[in-house]
Design a protein around this ligand. Structure first.
Ligand code: COD
Ligand code: ATP
Length: 232
């Protein structure tokens, strides 16, 4: 199985690109969705986060008040690191389970959309790595417009991540999303044909089909050897 890593900065356009992959029949595992699920009321992640940050981060429904927790962690490095530490095991297990589900369904190529792919060192599990790049001005403008944030809050969120220039230098494929959606679509089509190229042998053995082929080979090898032993 080919596990494509999709990353970038906050509001650089990862979800927009993810939607293009989905529209073309490529399954996407979204780390933000996994992170949301592990913070649902009553879950293990929720309990640890409430124990560490207190009941003041809860809504009357006792679900986490996400904008409030965002305010807390995006204005303090130490609090963000604490949240990351508490949630990391739940998020990585959740992502692994989603990948496993796709493997069991027989998917040959999947995309894993992880904003913090490099920061949490999950880049070693994905190849190729696609970085959706924008310059800081476009990033801040799109972030402020989409989430209704002040410039200061938007800058805090951008600063909470590895710089996009550094991420770009670590990419196998860069999508420059400074232009409009037509431009993005054209670049996307090239990326799509790149990631749909035939699997390498290593990727093939990692797929469900490859694993069953190994099992089939081992089983028939066993019976052939047994037969040879009987006949000699
Ligand atoms: C702080 C929270 C509650 C704010 O929720 P909110 O709904 O406002 O934002 P959302 O989850 O949609 O995230 C939006 C974007 O913020 C960025 N972001 C989220 N968490 C972090 C973080 N810990 N460090 C840096 N950037 C982050 C990502 O680019 C993400 O795509 C939430 O982001 C969270 O639980 N973060 C910790 C989990 C995490 O690390 N998520 C990233 C997945 S790898
Ligand atoms: N090429 C583009 N032209 C104009 N607007 C765009 C373009 N690409 C994305 N956008 C807009 O920019 C905003 C951010 O994009 P998107 O939500 O895809 O980013 P993201 O990287 O997934 O963000 P996050 O890290 O917060 O999950 C959205 O409002 C989206 O509609």
């Amino acid at each position: 199985m080919r596990i494509v890593g999709l990353t970038g900065g906050i509001a650089s356009g990862k979800s927009t690109v993810s939607n293009l992959f989905k529209a073309n029949g490529i399954p996407v595992v979204d780390a933000d969705v996994v992170a949301r699920n592990v913070l649902k009321k009553g879950s293990g992640g929720w309990k640890r986060v409430v124990a560490a940050f207190g009941e003041e981060i809860l809504l009357p429904s006792r679900e986490v008040d996400r904008p409030k927790l965002g305010q807390v962690v995006f204005s303090s490095d130490s609090k963000r690191q604490l949240l990351n530490k508490l949630m990391a095991p739940y998020i990585s297990t959740g992502i692994f389970m989603e990948i496993l589900k796709q493997w069991a369904k027989g998917a040959k190529v999947i995309v894993v959309d992880i904003p913090l792919l490099f920061e949490v060192k999950m880049d070693k599990w994905t190849k190729p790595i696609v970085v959706v790049y924008v310059n800081e001005e476009t990033q801040l403008k799109r972030l402020m417009e989409r989430d209704g944030l002040s410039e200061e809050d938007a800058r805090n969120r951008v600063m909470a991540q590895m710089s996009l220039d550094l991420k770009r230098s670590k990419a196998d494929i860069v999508i420059d999303n400074n232009g409009g959606l037509n431009d993005l679509n054209q670049q996307f089509n090239k990326v799509l044909s790149e990631i749909r190229r035939p699997l390498t042998w290593t990727e093939f053995w990692r797929s469900r089909q490859g694993a069953f082929s190994v099992l089939g080979l081992v089983t028939s090898g066993f019976f052939v050897c047994k037969q040879l032993n009987i006949n000699t």
